[in-house]
Design a protein around this ligand. Structure first.
Ligand code: C2E
Ligand code: MG
Ligand code: MG
Ligand code: MG
Length: 287
């Protein structure tokens, strides 16, 4: 009996593994096709707001995939397949080109784009990014590339490439800050403009003294190194108040805004600039 159970169990396990592998293979084939055809992939744009004054300062481009049968896929559903198959390189290039094209005509705000390990590791990483900027006419000074410590597989190469990007005027952001193993040494070796505190600390800090201490330490560290500090995953008013008090310069999270479609993002920009124009008009009026 036990033996029979064992065999049945193995069959179930095997079938599950098989289904997983088929799904991965399928995603890889379909993603390659989507990239070739230029259909199904989309970007969502999540705003970043200045903590003081609350103006819109940037949009972070986040990839989505409207799969013909599997539905609306999030990055977590397909990025690992993209990463392992190498498709992340053309996918990343598509994301950058699409975002630069959509936001080219909105000169007042920055654009943040995520860079994965395989992208930063690829030989042509720097010239490819610069070529997209060239093609789209997007101002490099408005581009922020978000890398995580997991992105940095080879520190020497990363230092070199990020420096080259920075020399071209691009800003470098250390994303998910605090979740890696060697944040402090990376911060010192890499030319970083900004750190983004990982949302796990932000979301824990009302319950855990340690998370609060970590967030406070990162904010202080940023200040003393002259690196600007952002927080992601802000979901509550209490979190916002705490982060503001610590001197975090920018905030991002569902409390402020969910990721938006391209048209909603551009509408938000327009309504913001009309607002600030009317405020400007008021203050310019004679008193
Ligand atoms: P990330 O760069 O840390 O992006 C933030 C993620 O947190 C986004 O998830 C966003 O929707 C989510 N988020 C934002 N505010 C909140 C909040 O208040 N609460 C919670 N619970 N979540 C919040 P998303 O879009 O699923 O992206 C997940 C990750 O996938 C990103 O993490 C990024 O590492 C990666 N990613 C997304 N788009 C791209 C891309 O085009 N290229 C590369 N290489 N990676 C990407
Ligand atoms: Mg990011
Ligand atoms: Mg992040
Ligand atoms: Mg994150």
């Amino acid at each position: 009996q036990a033996k029979r159970d064992g065999r049945a169990c193995f069959r179930v396990f095997n079938a599950a593994l098989d289904a997983r592998m088929r799904r991965r293979r399928r995603l890889e084939v379909d993603l390659r096709a989507a990239l070739a055809a230029g259909t199904g992939l989309e970007l969502a744009y999540q705003p970043l707001f200045a903590t003081q004054g609350e103006q819109l300062v940037a949009f972070e481009a986040l990839v989505r995939w409207q799969h013909p049968e599997m539905g609306y896929l999030q990055p977590a559903d397909f990025l690992d397949v993209a990463e392992e198959s190498g498709l992340i390189v053309p996918l990343g290039e598509w994301v950058l080109e699409e975002a630069c094209t959509s936001l080219r005509a909105t000169p007042d705000i920055s654009l943040a784009v995520n860079l994965s390990p395989a992208e930063l590791g690829s030989e042509q990483c720097v010239p490819r990014i610069l070529a997209v900027l060239e093609r789209t006419g997007f101002d490099p000074a408005r581009l922020q590339l978000e890398v995580t410590e997991h992105t940095i597989l080879d520190l020497r190469l990363a230092v070199e490439r990020l420096r080259a990007l920075r020399d071209a005027g691009i800003k470098i952001v250390l994303d998910d800050f605090g979740t890696g193993y060697s944040s402090l040494s990376h911060l010192q070796r890499l030319a970083i403009d900004k750190v983004k505190i990982d949302r796990s600390f932000v979301q824990d800090f009302l319950n855990f003294d340690e998370s609060r201490a970590i967030v406070r330490a990162i904010a202080r560290l940023g200040r003393s190194l002259g690196v600007s500090v952002t927080a992601e995953g802000v979901e509550t008013e209490e979190q916002r108040t705490f982060l503001r008090r610590l001197g975090c310069e920018e905030l991002q999270g569902f409390l402020l805004s969910r990721p938006l479609s391209t048209s909603d993002a551009i509408a938000l920009l327009q309504c913001r600039s009309e607002q600030s124009a009317s405020i400007g008009g008021l203050s310019a009026a004679p008193s």
